[in-house]
Design a protein around this ligand. Sequence first.
Ligand SMILES: [Zn+2]
Length: 65
Amino acid sequence: MNDTPPDLPVTPVRVATAACPVCGKPVEPRYRPFCSKRCADVDLNRWFGENYRVETSEEPTEDPA
Ligand SMILES: [Zn+2]
């Protein structure tokens, strides 16, 4: 018989600002839902890229910046 752990109380996470889905930085209102135009472009390229690149074995390289 296992002791079932008590349900943990749902701790509300402090979310001051939404995070950029691309890099996780705070979102700039003018670039919502991204933090910058660069990240908006990155996300756009992802969607377009999926149409052009079909199942390659190459891993996407990350910008060292
Ligand atoms: Zn970003």
